[in-house]
Design a protein around this ligand. Sequence first.
Ligand SMILES: Cc1cc2nc3c(=O)[nH]c(=O)nc-3n(C[C@H](O)[C@H](O)[C@H](O)COP(=O)(O)OP(=O)(O)OC[C@H]3O[C@@H](n4cnc5c(N)ncnc54)[C@H](O)[C@@H]3O)c2cc1C
Length: 317
Amino acid sequence: MSNVLIYVEAENGAAKKSSLEAVSYGAAVAEMLGGKAVAVAAADLSADHAGELAKFGADKVLHFGGTVNQSSEIAELVAAAAQQENAAVVVTAKSINADGAVPMIGVKLKASVATNVTALPDLSNGFVVTRAAYTGKAITQVSLHSNVKVLSIKKNASGTKEYNKPLAVESFNANISASKITVKEVKKQTGEILLPEADIVVSAGRGLKGPENWGMIEELAKTLGAATACSKPVSDMDWRPHHEHVGQTGIKVSPNLYFAIGISGAIQHLAGVNSSKVIVVINKDPEAPFFKSADYGIVGDAFEVVPKLNEALKAAL
Ligand SMILES: Cc1cc2nc3c(=O)[nH]c(=O)nc-3n(C[C@H](O)[C@H](O)[C@H](O)COP(=O)(O)OP(=O)(O)OC[C@H]3O[C@@H](n4cnc5c(N)ncnc54)[C@H](O)[C@@H]3O)c2cc1C
């Protein structure tokens, strides 16, 4: 029993970037165990895009014809696929639905579970995984002892790797019980770049003074191909939509590059962004706490710095 089963979520027919990272992670674990990497996806992944998973390391894709919207449905699909494939390890990317499914998968497969995993397991002495803890402020190493292990991978921690595997997509049938929850309405985030999946995030806070000043933030985001985000008070005051609120009580992001413009850097804000790879802070107060977490800092008035930065980037990119 050395196969790895990876659950893939899709958006607009294509696998989410975080799921592609999970596929590459799962493929690497399968190589370490001497097994196969098998991806399972529901109908939200189009048949065309299902084949692309081989490029990221899947040996085989199980394509389920129905939809799975609730965590309990995902858990049933994944557990059924894991049992069919005799999987020793189950991998999911972190997401709202998968986060709910992971403990249920653990129960169904009598598995040890590790969430927020940031690195490949160490197999030199059992099965030890590294995971982020305390909102990214600490790293823990946990040893998983059960036969089956379920790992939820932190976004942007492991990246993708390109493989050159042959395409093998199989249809997969599973008996999924009807969910006890009915979704009445889904209001999907609009905009070209979805915040949880973005590589670059341009975020602004109360220092921007009012919603009418967000034009320069959107311009900078457009230049960089970034998603926009904001601090909690900004969304509380309806300057920006609630789905842009990042932090302890908002969305947690871990992009490659996070711009914090006119944001003080309160601990509750940092809790949602401090695992970003590179943090750039623009704040007129040199004592702003955010500078302590910054890789690059600009002390200056956002209304002067941001337009100049945007022009310079436009010229350079
Ligand atoms: C239980 C709880 C949960 C919370 N959850 C969250 C959360 O999830 N996310 C979150 O963001 N907050 C959260 N908060 C609120 C948090 O504590 C802070 O109050 C909030 O993050 C501050 O937002 P801000 O930095 O935009 O505003 P402020 O604290 O008002 O900071 C504005 C910053 O802008 C700078 N500035 C002003 N003018 C300019 C200018 N012209 N140019 C450049 N810089 C300028 C100032 O120097 C200042 O540093 C939570 C609080 C609690 C109690």
